[in-house]
Design a protein around this ligand. Structure first.
Ligand code: ADP
Ligand code: MG
Ligand code: MG
Length: 788
């Protein structure tokens, strides 16, 4: 037996989304639970895939099955396709597995021609309606199936309305509509060079093919890309008996959500239009009425509709988005799907549904799209003001939230202005560690270059601050202190507004509103805590970051990068001395002055974490990142170190590497200069002992060795750490438990993890280096490049 390509609605069910598409599966489900659905058939997504596999041809097998099922449909409806007495008209509707609202196409009133339009008139006694349907069909068919320019048809329609002095389509008389149909057909002949196809079968096959083709129209492809929907899955096609919302004042069409999709409130939300068809409601032709008004217009239909909505919501146990049509006082349901909603609405609906007994807590938590919660945690723009604004540039949405302020081009200027109480945005080509303070005092950060893992992006996310990075449209001249976007130049003190969640840059001031976390948010989080097995640690380098994370519920620190502590302005001299030291004694001398500072840092961190686990990673970046670059700085350092300028320049040159990211960094530093590991271990353990004593906090620091690639080097460094620990414990006469582990971030380490595990007590995964080295690309640059 050949494959089944076509299903009658009553043969399918809601579970067959893959095969029948979302719309088809739900039409089948609604049919089976006894709701008033105009009957029809669904051509499977497999048929669409087959269409593309056969080089864009609808196989004979599929065509045969369509007509077979169509004959059954004629029996059920008592109407005949192309019939002279009681013609069956159809809608041809696309519907993929995953809903893509408005992305694929629909054709209504298919089957009309010069004969059936007369039959429809006779059958309904409503000539105006018949011709209104006809003109709609010709326009939709020409636009969707044949790709003709829709505007040419609109011109004819609008021209007629204008010459008659009408405002609304509903004012068009039968004569007007007949005239419009005539003009449409003339336009067709003129454009296409042949007569408009009168044969309903030709119309049908062209429509089915057009739906298959619409799967690959540019807006559908873009939509799929944006929403991670695979290209291969294809769309189903639904051929459904038409019901008519355009038969007069007791007919109409509308859409409704069973709950408010913006707030989640349990109250019907939607719109309808009387004497209208299809997309009239959303097309803005006339102003639709709110769904509650249907109660006054047609109380019985309203009650029946509410019953259907309740039934559907209970049946699917989710908020539904429902399309309906009323034909001369009779209600039909045309579509149901789970309603798209805002993050806040999804929280409220999920919590309410648990209280209503519709779903359980686990299901409620699963209903929330984790990514969407980000919307709620950061300040956003006032939605009214945002509607009026247009973006002037777009960059990478590096750190979410909204910010508005005066622009400044150096960290110092930004800090000074912020100290005077100004709202400030820091605008740079790219930020570097020296900009930290300026970034801290700014409300938001904009950089012209750099990717999602650039310094600006990483630091801004750590600070929970809005940041747009890699804004290609922006040119920053840090000397002239200007920012140029699309030929417009902005100067210091000009207002800009940044949306770090979308990457949009706006001119001028847009008011922001603070994030307020709703009770539903807290409730969902509590449920998530009850259910989850994973624990969550934060990334934090400073007591301040740690406090923010703890306030959000972090259960420990997974990564504290100690380099931050080396970069600090008042320590950099000591660090530079250490790096440029010629002898071990000199280096140890310099490290001795860094030790107490590091110890204080760790004590601050341990106190805030109050016994929660903390992983501290030893120094990771290549040393030359710390070196002075400006001539002045070099001179000053030479004096401090008591060596000549030339000698110092020589040493700095020695430290340069061609590929520093693959060079003298990570645990290799500790192999060449074990005294760095010794100093850091001492600082960590002394801090732990002191905090334990002072605050009676039980703690167990975890020391992490970065970038290890071989067992041997890891063992060497870990042995040094353990030796140091013994010394620290001996000297202080006190002990604290601690662990030593490593970060797996070199592919070799991942592959030899079983060896590494012989000395490491824990592993972390350093996904940036691991990704870069496995794929061989730079994550700092890859962010805004195509194809990655
Ligand atoms: P989308 O997937 O973009 O929502 P639809 O296939 O639902 O497109 O079609 C759009 C609109 O066309 C529907 O909301 C409905 O108003 C109208 N429509 C579709 N099928 C029929 C039908 N059988 N009878 C009457 N109107 C229909
Ligand atoms: Mg629809
Ligand atoms: Mg790394």
């Amino acid at each position: 037996m050949s494959k089944k390509w076509v299903y009658a609605f009553k043969e399918g069910n809601a579970k067959q989304r893959d095969l029948l598409g979302g719309k088809g599966a739900n039409l089948a489900e609604m049919t089976n639970i006894g709701l008033p659905v105009p009957q029809g058939i669904t051509i499977t997504t497999e048929a669409c895939i087959n269409y593309y596999e056969t080089g864009c041809e609808i196989s004979k097998d599929i065509v045969d099955q369509i007509y077979e099922k169509l004959a059954e449909l004629e029996k059920i409806t008592g109407k005949t396709f192309g019939g002279k007495d009681n013609p069956l008209l159809e809608s041809v509707r696309s519907g993929a597995k995953i809903s893509m609202p408005g992305m694929l196409d629909t054709i209504l009133n298919l089957g009309l021609n010069n004969k059936t339009v007369e039959a429809l008139t006779k059958k309904t006694g409503n000539e105006r309606f018949a011709y209104d349907s006809y003109r709609r069909f010709i326009q939709m068919f020409c636009d969707v199936a044949l790709g003709m320019n829709k505007a040419l048809f609109d011109d004819i329609l609008e021209g007629r309305k204008e010459s008659r002095g009408y405002k609304y389509d509903t004012e068009l008389t039968t004569q007007d509509l007949k005239q419009i149909v005539k003009q449409y057909k003339e336009l067709f002949l003129d454009q296409m060079g042949y007569e408009f196809p009168e044969d309903p079968k030709v119309q049908l096959m062209a429509a089915v093919e057009a739906i298959f083709k619409s799967w690959n129209n540019p807006r559908a492809i873009t939509y799929r890309k944006m929403n991670d929907i695979p290209n291969r899955i294809g769309t189903a096609v639904n051929i459904q008996q038409m019901v008519y919302g355009n038969m007069g004042e007791t007919s109409g069409t509308g859409v409704a959500f069973t709950r408010n999709p913006a707030t989640g409130e349990k109250k019907m939300f939607g719109e309808f239009l009387m004497n209208a068809q299809g997309e009239d409601v959303v097309a803005g032709i006339r102003t639709p009425q709110s769904i509650s008004q249907l109660q006054e217009v047609m109380p019985d239909v309203y009650d029946q509709f509410i019953d259907c909505c309740n039934m559907l919501e209970n049946h699917y146990a989710d908020m539904q988005d429902i399309e309906f049509t009323i034909e001369e006082g009779k209600l039909y349901l045309l579509q149901t799907r789970s309603g798209k909603r805002t993050a806040q609405a999804s929280l409220k609906a999920a919590v309410d549904m648990v209280h209503e007994g519709l779903i359980d807590k686990k299901e409620a938590v699963l209903r929330i799209e984790p990514k969407s919660l980000d919307q709620l945690l950061h300040p956003g723009f006032d939605s009214k003001e945002l509607e009026k604004a247009t973006a002037i540039a777009n960059g990478l949405p590096a750190s979410p939230g909204a910010a508005c302020g005066k622009i400044y081009f150096t960290a110092e200027d930004a800090t000074n202005a912020a100290n005077k109480g100004e709202a400030v945005l820091l605008v740079r080509s790219e930020t570097s560690p020296e900009d930290i303070e300026g970034m801290n005092s700014a409300k938001g950060i904009l950089t012209a270059t750099g990717g999602m893992t650039s310094h600006a992006a990483v630091v801004a996310r750590g600070m929970g601050k809005c940041c747009i990075a890699g804004c290609d449209d922006a040119r920053v001249d840090e000397n002239k202190k200007t920012l140029t976007i699309q030929n417009e130049t902005f100067h210091e003190g000009d207002f800009l507004s940044l949306d770090g969640s979308t990457g949009n840059v706006y001119k001028g001031e847009i008011k922001t509103v603070d994030a307020v976390l709703s009770d539903e948010f807290k409730q969902i989080m509590e449920w998530a805590d009850e259910i989850r097995r994973l624990k969550i640690r934060t990334n934090a380098d400073t007591p301040r970051d740690a406090q923010v994370a703890v306030d959000f519920g972090a259960e420990g620190i997974g990564l504290c990068r100690t380099e931050h502590m080396f970069f600090d302005a008042d320590r950099i001299i000591a660090v530079r001395k250490m790096i440029c030291s010629k002898t071990l004694t000199q280096r140890e001398e310099a490290l001795k002055s860094i030790l107490p500072m590091q110890k204080e840092d760790f004590k601050g961190l341990f106190k805030i974490m109050a016994g929660k686990p903390v992983i501290i990673r030893l120094l990771d970046p290549p040393l030359h990142e710390f070196l002075p670059k400006e001539d002045e700085e070099i001179k000053q350092l030479a004096v401090e170190m008591g060596i000549s300028y030339d000698e110092l320049v020589g040493r700095i040159e020695d430290l340069q590497e061609v590929n520093p990211m693959l060079g003298h960094r990570g645990c290799r530093l500790d192999v060449t200069y074990p005294e760095i590991a010794v100093m850091q271990t001492t600082a960590i353990l002394q801090a732990a002992i002191e905090v334990h004593k002072e605050e009676e906090i039980e703690l167990e620091p975890e020391i992490m060795v970065p970038l290890a690639g071989t067992y041997k080097e890891l063992k060497y460094v870990i042995d040094r750490i353990r030796e140091t620990a013994n010394n620290v414990f001996k000297q202080s006469g006190e002990k604290v438990p601690f662990k030593v582990g490593t970060m797996i971030e070199i592919p070799r380490a991942a592959l030899t993890a079983h060896e590494m595990a012989g000395v490491a007590e824990f592993f972390s995964f350093g996904t940036n280096d691991l990704t870069q080295m496995t794929y061989g690309f730079s994550r700092d640059d890859a962010g805004d490049r195509q194809g990655l």
